[in-house]
Design a protein around this ligand. Structure first.
Ligand code: GLU
Length: 540
């Protein structure tokens, strides 16, 4: 009895061969420089920024090379899979509009010829390759009780090898046909383990596109390739899926470097060509003490991609920020090409940063301000309404109730200006930013009496201005009469001769109308508020 007999004994139903499976997955008809990349998330109930970062890198590599991007849902780890998790994944990807060439729809239809694109539907495929490895003596059934733990393995090490021995050989690796049969006859379940050919003292070199050549201890562990429930852990599923699906570049987090030697040995054993790896650095954050730590689901709301949606950041701002983290060339490119879409920025796999990116909300906000500054008032209004419809329904009603008014609000210091105001970085902040449009502000004056004198005088002669110039002339007249300098040069030469300069007078009016020392052009605000409301605000 040989390995083939053991394979037939444990996989009686597996009749297909790897060759037959390969026929279903023909080689892709692409040039060498057209990358096939993928996003392979495990649905966990949220999309982490670190995973999205990888998805976005893969997206760009595929798009920039006229290649293919596919989505593969890695849902074999059933314990981790929550009921709604897959829906959440699709929802978030959809919100960001990352379009995949190949994927499975939520209702189970495969788009593309390399499916199924959901791992839990691929168990039959994994078994074919596992059987093949068993036949070739490169894998074996393991009946250890705690087969997913290490206990039995460690026991063996202590008894057979000396202390420094790195081998983690499993006790079941040399079971005979008869022994296997006995276990099966007893009704025992089994996992399939890979049978490493290494002795524990080998080292291997492998290439990483981002990090260059890496060296590590070779794998010397009989690791599991099929769990007792028939599902594959990551390593096995990855080798088979990415090979069959024709992936040419795997972008994954650098936490996978540690297991890369095992993956490499597995690829070899399966007779597969190794795929190019880009192990990207994980995203970190600075804590209050200025120390770096991994951005975490637990402490950092911005680790969840929904944070950006809920706060109303434009997708383009998020993408531009990610590109900043991906490539040190992006910022300069953006400066030199202020009007081009970020999609025009191309980078090669070896240009992906090897430096740990530090997430910085202030930087994102700056980028977002620039992105929002490119919108017309009407665009901004539409985006604001769309955001509010989901996250602030009463606000959405107000905004939709007077489209003209709120489009004007959004247009202030924006439409027709070569340098629009850059003070909005997300839609959530806009209600606060424009609070004086929604309700009469509480105005605090440092010099209340002086303010009242000016405001009374202004109110007495108040007529609705028809232009910014007219508005300013009116203020100048009133202020001049009260002893304010209307010429800044004169004021500077002799400030004591005046009650203040014209800017001071404008500030009083601004505070009365908006409650703020800084606001968009007051004339526009007055126009939006109308005469009656303006008069009310001027009388303090
Ligand atoms: N499912 C794995 C993860 O989410 C995929 C890693 C990979 O991209 O290969 O970490």
């Amino acid at each position: 009895m040989n390995n083939k007999d053991i394979a037939d004994l444990i996989f009686p139903d597996v009749t297909l061969t790897p060759e037959e499976i390969f026929k279903r997955y023909p080689k892709r008809n692409l040039q060498k420089d057209q990358y096939v990349t993928r996003f392979a998330p495990s649905p966990t109930g949220l999309v982490h920024i670190g995973n999205f970062f990888q998805a976005f890198i893969s997206y760009n590599l595929a798009r920039n090379s006229n290649g293919v991007l596919f989505l593969r849902v890695e849902d074999t780890d059933r314990k981790r899979e929550k009921a709604e998790a897959k829906k959440v994944l699709y929802d978030v990807l959809g919100r960001f509009g990352l379009d995949f060439d190949e994927y499975q729809t939520l209702d189970g239809k495969d788009i593309g010829d390399y499916g199924p694109y959901v791992q839990s539907q691929r168990n039959d495929i994994y078994k074919v390759f596992a059987k093949k490895l068993v036949e070739e003596g490169k894998a074996f059934p393991c009946f250890c009780k705690k087969t997913e733990g290490k206990e039995d393995v460690l026991k063996l090490r202590e008894s057979k090898f000396d202390e420094n021995d790195e081998r983690e050989y499993d006790p079941c690796r040399d079971l005979t046909y008869e022994e296997v049969k006995k276990h099966l006859d007893n009704g025992e379940t089994f996992a399939i383990r890979f049978k490493t050919k290494n002795k524990g003292d080998e080292r291997i070199k492998f290439k990483d596109i981002i990090k260059g050549e890496l060296e590590a201890k070779a794998n010397a562990k009989d690791f599991i390739i099929l769990k007792s429930d028939g599902t594959p852990p990551y390593a096995f599923a990855h080798a088979i899926d990415d090979t069959l699906m024709g992936t040419t570049i795997v972008v994954r987090g650098e936490e996978y470097i540690a297991s890369a030697p095992a993956h490499i040995e597995l690829f070899e054993a399966l007779g597969f060509k190794l795929i190019d790896y880009c192990h990207n650095p994980l995203i970190y954050k600075l804590n209050e003490q200025g120390n770096r730590r991994k951005i975490s689901k637990r402490y950092d709301p911005e680790s969840n991609m929904m944070f950006f949606i809920e706060n109303g950041y434009p997708n383009d701002a998020v993408f531009e920020y990610l590109l900043n983290m991906i490539s040190s060339h992006f910022e300069i490119w953006r400066k030199n090409n202020p009007t081009l879409n970020w999609r025009e920025f191309k980078f090669k796999p070896n240009e992906i940063t090897a430096v740990t990116p530090i997430f910085d909300l202030v930087k994102l906000n700056d980028i977002s301000k620039n992105v929002i500054a490119t919108y017309s008032g009407e665009q901004l209004y539409n985006n604001w309404v769309k955001w509010a419809e989901e996250f602030d329904a009463p606000l959405a009603e107000v905004l939709k109730g007077d489209r003209e008014k709120y489009t004007k609000v959004c247009s202030m210091d924006r439409d027709g200006r070569p340098k629009p105001r850059k003070d909005i970085y997300n839609y959530k902040m806009m209600k606060d930013k424009f609070h004086y449009i929604f309700e009469r502000p509480v105005s605090n004056f440092e010099e209340k009496e002086k303010a009242k004198e000016l405001l009374d005088a202004y109110l007495q002669n108040f007529k609705m201005p028809t232009s910014n110039e007219e508005w300013f002339e009116d203020v100048k007249q009133v202020a001049g009469k009260l002893g304010y300098a209307t010429d800044n040069k004169l004021y500077k030469e002799n400030p004591d001769a005046f009650k203040g300069n014209i800017a001071k007078a404008c500030e009083f009016i601004r505070i009365a109308i908006t409650g703020e020392k800084d606001s968009p052009t007051l004339f526009n605000i007055i126009e939006i508020l109308g005469e009656e409301e303006t008069r009310k605000r001027l009388s303090i």
